[in-house]
Design a protein around this ligand. Structure first.
Ligand code: UDX
Length: 469
């Protein structure tokens, strides 16, 4: 770890190519930190929206930062790549690397297009910096490619700077990251990056300066670790189900060991989103190509455990509904892959809603922010605009994304709206004892339960003979 600056060059002008989740946040935050920034995209609608001060997705705190950055006069947007090439000293590439169609590999076409667009146009010494998550070896390959097609050859340098921001915390994670990683090939590139992150380094943020493959690997290794931790506790939930043990208590007990920690040890419906699932698949695919597939073959198991959570949640809802979902009214609370996000990419919640629908359940979905995106993906589900509408006359309530609004909901109030007090807590987010005390049959994966009918009988018997349960 090195944190001693050599003489930093003057404040570089920054371009950001790709104004999706990562790029828009990065461009806005760089302008907030005092840099002159030009954000670029091939999507005219996105650029117009950002110019007009509108963020095209939901991210708490980001609209306010966009207003401030635009008002500062330091942030501009364009679709003209000639302008970008002339403007920037440091060009960040923040385009998506989705899962390729029909393969586990990452689709690198947007990354390649962005580097090509810049390399063919830049005519003075500059640094291209990849931030997208890519297979190991991509940065070295791109270096060769850009220097071949660039009019200035090796004067155009390339570095990799992986991004660790979480949706829902994007502003905080960008302005105050827990670490910076620079994958560089020269002292000049390192100095450029130090200058581009000077305000963050001044706050004593740890910095790892590395070679290109290590920088690429840090990102996929971090996401693989997080995914493995979640699937580990969900695998334990499966064992709990077979033994009558309680995975919530287990997670609590494990987390008190500092070495294990409590974060990413929350059992439930598992992980989704635009990063974790596709990153572990692409990593496995790349490791196979590199001849080290065996080293990360466990990620296949991590993926399978995670996918089983969705099926098991449907099983639990079916069981609770009496064994057949046909005609059963289910309130699906949540569609986004996690709270404080409108992202429905690989969202466990939406998969569960869809599977229920395919079994004939009458599913009503409500998500505080993701209804519109969910509707675009699965227009045949029924979406409503409030919690009350979702649970009205429901036979089963299924909590699928742990929004605060759902956690806070009063079980007595919900009971007055539903037709049956049956709840499946897909995220271990509700107060089980409160729900049970208020007459609900509460079920969650990996937690033992006492069917309400048995409990009612036991209560009656207990009342009759006066013995404690
Ligand atoms: C992730 C990484 O955290 C981030 O560093 C990287 O840059 C991008 O990928 P994100 O996709 O925003 O970020 O989501 P994250 O907060 O990591 O959650 C991923 C999924 O795991 C969610 O579906 C969440 O519900 C689930 N999860 C998380 C659990 O099921 N249990 C947990 O204990 C934690």
């Amino acid at each position: 770890m090195r944190n001693t600056p050599s003489t930093p060059p003057p404040l570089p002008k920054v371009s950001v190519v790709g104004t999706g989740y990562l790029g828009a946040t990065h461009a806005i935050c760089m302008a907030i930190m005092g840099f002159d920034v030009l954000g670029a995209d091939v999507d005219q609608a996105k650029i117009e929206s950002l110019r007009a001060g509108r963020i095209p997705f939901f991210e708490p705190g980001l609209p306010e930062q966009l207003d401030e950055a635009l008002a500062s006069g330091r942030l501009h947007f364009t679709t003209d790549f000639d302008e970008v090439a002339q403007f920037g000293d440091v060009h960040f590439v923040c385009v998506g690397t989705p899962q390729a169609a029909g393969s586990a590999a990452a689709d690198l076409r947007y990354v390649e297009a962005a580097f090509t667009a810049l390399a063919t146009r830049i005519t003075r010494k500059a640094l291209l910096v990849g931030k997208s998550t890519v297979p190991i070896g991509t940065a070295a390959r791109l270096t060769k490619m850009v220097q071949e097609i660039s009019p200035i050859g090796a004067e155009l340098e390339l570095a990799w700077n992986p991004e660790f921001l979480r949706e829902g915390f994007a502003v905080k994670d960008t302005l105050h990251p827990d670490r910076l990683v620079f994958g560089v090939q020269s002292d000049w590139a390192e100095a450029q990056l130090r200058a581009a992150f000077a305000p963050i380094l001044a706050a004593d943020t740890p910095l790892i300066v590395a070679d290109l493959p290590t920088a690429e690997l840090v990102k996929v290794a971090a996401n693989s670790f997080l995914a493995t931790k979640i699937s580990f506790i969900n695998a334990m939930a499966e064992v709990c189900e077979a033994t009558g043990a309680d995975v919530s208590l287990l997670a609590q007990a494990l987390s008190l060991d500092d070495r294990i920690g409590r974060r990413f040890l929350k059992p439930g419906l598992g992980f989704g989103g635009g990063c974790l699932p596709k990153d572990i698949r692409a990593f496995r695919h790349r490791a196979e190509e590199l001849g080290v597939g065996q080293a990360v073959s466990f990620l296949g198991e991590v993926d399978s455990i995670n996918n089983r959570r969705r099926i098991r949640t449907v099983d639990l809802i079916r069981e609770l509904a009496g064994g057949d979902l046909s005609g059963v009214r289910v309130a699906a609370l949540g569609a986004a892959f996690k709270p404080n996000s409108d992202d429905v990419r690989d969202a466990p919640a939406l998969d569960v809603a869809r599977l229920l629908y395919l079994e004939g359940a009458l599913v009503t979905v409500y998500d505080p922010e993701a209804n519109a995106n969910a509707h675009r993906l699965y227009p045949d589900l029924n979406y409503v605009g409030s919690l009350e509408e979702a649970v009205a006359n429901a036979d089963v309530v299924a909590l699928l994304t742990e929004w605060e609004e759902f956690r806070r909901a009063d079980p007595d109030y919900l009971a007055s709206l539903v037709s049956q007090r049956l709840v499946v807590d897909g995220r271990h987010a509700l107060d089980a004892s409160d729900y049970t005390a208020k007459g609900w049959e509460y079920r969650a994966l990996g937690r033992p339960y006492q069917p309400r009918t048995v409990q009612l009988l036991e209560d009656a018997r207990d009342g009759a003979n006066g013995l404690p349960l």
